[in-house]
Ligand binder design. Structure first.
Ligand SMILES: *Cc1c(COP(=O)(O)O)cnc(C)c1O
Length: 384
């Protein structure tokens, strides 16, 4: 069941999920089972083995599809497990064009796992569709966009990428992790595949690692489901339950992430020791109009440089906050802070990092849902 007419906050609670058919339990039970008893060989109720199907996972998959206004959701043990499944749609000789300002783990699986198998990757600035067009050859099969980008928060025009993909008969995949389905629904802008690290905003409580793919096309769903079952990177029912519980407050959490994010971005912009602040809500952000067009709000992810642009200055700041915990990941209720050059993006060579505008002092904030006055006071004492 997916009901396009419901508003997001209602869908977060009701779409795709239903009370347990055997007991009426309002919360989806954790079906902690590996197998299902058949009344005779091949006579089962749609569930045979939990790698293939599990009722807790089914509910989560249906709900994710509903939140993205799509038909099918497929869950994976991690976000990278989901990306791995997309790569397996392709064969040696195929080419994939991806965002240059990319999540470090995505860059690593592309270049270190699949490039040696013969898939070719090109990394381009997708805020400029003409650069994407120029990189396309007759071998190109997929455009991989991540928006907002990580960590410099550029915004890629999904509808423009979809137009390029359709013109050249390519698939468009969008990593929607940073925005979450609350802020942006790439399928509505013409994407063919949406990828989520559920680990981040969707589960939202820093207690589960999981990924998902969302598609509309029947054939694509069948192929990805085959990969999901054959490669076996599927999540367990307990983790699916945690993600389902997290989703019930996704809209409320996102509202607060956005509110706090806006206040902190403006505070940083006025700070004498802070250099450039990256946040798509600023009217002078180069992609602000695109953000306004395709997102409901501007999110809680902010990056900023220090005027003293050195690894040492960034390290000092990152070690002196009390509320912003220095950690990888993002999108949880607690505020986190990271230094991409030495943490999440350490896998990307310095030359590549700098090409994508990622300087040594860049600090990335995942603004949580604490009281914003306390968060600002924490930054104030740490920046000094
Ligand atoms: C975290 C993340 C991933 C990878 O997801 P995991 O759940 O950590 O495997 C992919 N893309 C983005 C944008 C992410 O933030």
């Amino acid at each position: 069941m997916y009901l396009r007419c419901m508003k997001f906050g209602t869908k977060a609670l009701h779409a795709g999920v239903h009370p347990d058919p055997t007991t009426g339990a309002i919360m989806t039970p954790i079906y902690q089972t590996s197998t299902y008893v058949q009344s005779g060989p091949g006579q089962h109720k749609g569930y045979e083995y939990s790698r293939t199907h599990n009722p807790t996972r089914t509910q989560l998959q249906d709900q994710l599809a509903a939140l993205e206004n799509a038909k099918y959701g497929l869950c994976f043990s991690t976000g990278l497990g989901a990306i791995d499944a997309v790569c397996k749609l392709f064969a040696p000789g195929d080419e994939i064009i991806a965002t240059n300002d990319l999540y470090g783990g995505t860059f690593r699986i592309f270049t270190k796992m699949y490039q040696p198998f013969g898939i070719k990757f090109k990394f381009v600035d997708m805020t400029k569709p003409e650069l994407v067009e120029a990189a396309i050859t007759d071998k190109t099969k997929l455009l991989w966009a991540e928006t907002p980008t990580n960590p410099t928060l550029k915004i890629i025009d999904i509808a423009a990428m979809s137009a390029v993909a359709k013109k050249h008969n390519l698939l468009l995949a969008v990593d929607n992790t940073f925005a979450s389905p609350y802020l942006q629904n790439p399928m509505d802008q013409g994407a063919d595949i949406i990828m989520h690290s559920i680990t981040k905003y969707i589960a939202g409580h820093s207690d589960v690692v999981m990924g998902a793919l969302i598609v509309n096309d029947d054939e694509l769903k069948t192929r990805l489901e085959f990969i999901q079952n054959s490669s076996g990177a599927t999540p367990g029912p307990m983790d699916c339950f945690l993600a389902l519980r997290g989703i019930k407050t996704l809209h409320i959490r996102m509202q607060r992430h956005c509110e706090n994010g806006a206040k902190i971005a403006r505070y940083l912009k006025d700070h004498p020791k802070v250099g450039q602040v990256f946040w798509p809500g600023f009217t002078d952000h180069p992609n602000h109009e695109v953000a306004k067009k395709q997102m409901r709000d501007f999110g809680g992810m902010i990056s900023f440089e220090l005027k003293e642009d050195s690894v040492e200055a960034a390290m000092k700041l990152a070690s002196s906050t009390h509320l912003f915990a220095c950690a990888e990941s993002l999108g949880g209720v607690e505020s986190l802070l990271g230094h991409p050059a030495s943490m999440t993006h350490a896998a990307i060579p310095k030359a590549e990092r700098e090409k994508a505008g990622l300087r040594d002092s860049l600090i990335r904030l995942s603004v949580g849902i604490e009281d914003v006055d306390d968060l600002i006071a924490d930054l104030e004492q740490a920046i000094g």
